[in-house]
Write a protein that binds this ligand. Sequence first.
Ligand code: HEM
Length: 439
Amino acid sequence: MASLSWLGDLSRFALSPSNLAPLLLFFAVFYLASFYQKRRSVYRNIPPGPQPWPVVGNFGGLLVPPFIRRRFGQTPDPNIGVMEALTSQAQVYGNIYSLFVGSQLLVVLNGYDAVRDALSNHPEVFSDRPDVPTISILTKRKGIVFAPYGPVWRKQRKFCHSTLRNFGLGRLSLEPCIQQGVASVKAELMRLSEERGGSGVDPAKLIGNAVSNVICSLILGQRFHHEDPEFRTILDLMARGLEICINSPAVLINIFPLLYYLPFGVFKELRQVERDITVFLKKIIGNHSQTLDPNNPRDLTDMYLMEMLAQQAAGEEDSSFTEDYLFYIIGDLFIAGTDTTTNSVLWVLLYMVLYPDIQGKSASMNQRGGRQTRGRRVCMGEQLAKMELFLTVTGLLQAFRFRLPDGEAAPSLQGRFGLTLAPCPFAVCVTARGEDGFS
Ligand code: HEM
């Protein structure tokens, strides 16, 4: 018994408030020492970069509310976006530098040469996807875009790519489907322009709609009217979900994943957006299951369900072809096939209104193919994207002259950080070619 009496002494010692502070200090110093020791040994050869804070890495500033930062003389500049902030660091540390998101190392590649060298000359390193908490929570690392590089990703991608090709991806047979969208953008642009007089029209929703309808035809077998409330809601939900993940305090989920479950603010909103998208897509998959006719598959969803049933019938117990996986694939294609192409078309239009003399040269526009890379992870919709860009941009420029509304200041070329860089909202006025004296 006597040998354990020191335990009582120790508990009295530990509980004493005057001894708590040195103990905490000891743990803090110990933690910091092991943090910097680990950084020195594990991350010996990483590119240079700003010194990270313990626990939060280089994103510590995000945790300090703006009113406290202002007290210390720091005024967050709303005009400096994430891209500008990252680019400015490249001027200090070079075009390849390190950042820490929490304890996760992130290597930033800045500029065309660094990105091209990495993707073209080191595909074996860059074909995988990192385990980023927000993405992993939302995608469960399923689907195609964010799935780890490996046999499941390869099987699913191969199946989707060849099925989409059968439905016209990258083939001339898809042209009427794209032209249908272009025709409706042209008609709406003309109608809204006349209705609004000189105040102009924001083309973002019209273009987004037309682009999204092409991917909807391929994967869901249906097009939606741009005023269809359900379709509008799902496009808005996807845009809002991306916005929250990338441009809100929800980025802190990448440092403290449990924040995702907070019952308020953008965290709660993100979970609601996720639930609403799930309900929408699951309803579509359910409808396809009920009306499936194996002799007359309508789209990628039908083909996937048929493959899933065939694999079940063949007794493949560990098949990755499930309704759950299909759900993530549809979400991936929807987002990858909408946001990217829409923003590319919007950038072209923005540059056209800022440099109007270039519009006179549009008749000689030609489609230039990029060099196709091999064996490695590349965009699955590249051919579709090129076709959509070419037909949409030429279709619009052959029909209209675009200009800024009278008296409107030139829109910023800064862009909004997102899945891809989107132009900030801008309005255009259109005049039918020929009516303004130009051909
Ligand atoms: C201008 C339009 C587009 C751009 C700039 C673009 C760009 C990209 C980029 C940079 C990647 C990542 C490639 C990598 O892992 O290294 C990617 C992947 C992907 N894109 Fe696109 N994309 C566009 C249009 C489309 C369209 C229309 C689709 C629709 C089918 C699509 C579907 C995909 C898919 C499924 C992936 C993931 C491929 C994989 O991880 O295996 N993209 N895209």
